[in-house]
Design a protein. Structure first.
Length: 255
């Protein structure tokens, strides 16, 4: 278990408190990494350890949100299990690929995709809690889910937004139902990534679990908030987070 001695102990409670906020954001709209990743990168941890440790805390928070959305009856584990399996494999491949390849191309492409998500969320009449005609069934969506999962394992920022938007646009799900299913697919991809990073010795489990406790607390609050208020809360947050992630990624080009 990787746990560098040079990481000051005071960082553990600070990062745990940050994770409460990111867990809330992730549970409602995704994109908690917009806050967490820059904070973790400001510590002495190497970038790959940051990625692995962030996946541990994200897995914990997303698991809690998944359970809460399932309890609210917004998706079925059994019905979505085939897609979840494909997502797991996609994320596994993506997490293996990041060990060997550069993310430079994605850094250029992802801001464009996130702007498209924000525009679709604002302009599309589909971004409500009403279910609509599905353009793709479960099997038809699998390649899309696998592609998003590969991206999540390889790079990550905005994966939740991509899952939610495609579930609304292609599967015809209402926004709150799509958000619930997104958490299930997200936690599946996170588990795959955590396995790869742990095997590679690039995840700090003690720190990750401390942050995970914070993320789970935030997820309880966020999922309750989202299921109670629905699309009228999720929709604006999805736009704000997508634009925030875009700005953060573009800022990274010049810093």
């Amino acid at each position: 278990m990787l746990e560098p001695a040079h990481l000051d102990l005071w960082l553990y409670p600070v990062l745990t408190l940050v994770a409460v906020f990111t867990g809330f954001i992730d549970a409602v709209a995704g994109g908690g990494g917009l806050v967490m990743m820059p904070v973790l990168l400001s510590t002495p941890l190497p970038p790959h350890v940051v990625l692995g440790t962030n996946k541990v805390q994200s897995m914990c928070g997303t698991a809690m949100a998944t359970w809460r959305y399932w309890r609210a009856g917004l998706f079925s584990f059994r019905a979505s299990a085939p897609t979840a399996l494909v997502v797991f494999v996609g994320a596994l491949i993506g997490s293996l690929a990041i060990q060997r390849l550069s993310t430079d191309v994605l850094k250029l492409v992802v801001p464009v995709l996130l702007i498209a998500v924000a525009l679709y969320t604002v302009l599309s009449p589909s971004m409500t809690d009403d279910d609509r005609h599905a353009r793709l069934g479960e099997k038809g969506y699998m390649p899309v889910g696998a592609g998003v999962a590969f991206y999540d394992g390889f790079f990550g920022p905005g994966a939740g937004q991509f899952f939610t938007t495609t579930l609304v646009a292609l599967r015809g799900l209402g926004l709150t139902r799509a958000t619930g299913l997104t958490k299930y697919l997200n936690v599946t991809s996170n588990i795959a990534s955590v396995i790869v990073f742990t095997i590679g010795g690039q995840a700090m489990w003690i720190l990750g679990l401390c942050m995970g406790a914070g993320a789970m607390t935030g997820a309880v609050i966020g999922s309750h908030f989202a299921t109670r208020h629905g699309a009228k809360v999720i929709r604006p947050l999805l736009v704000v987070v997508s634009i925030g992630l875009t700005a953060r990624l573009i800022w990274g080009w010049f810093s």
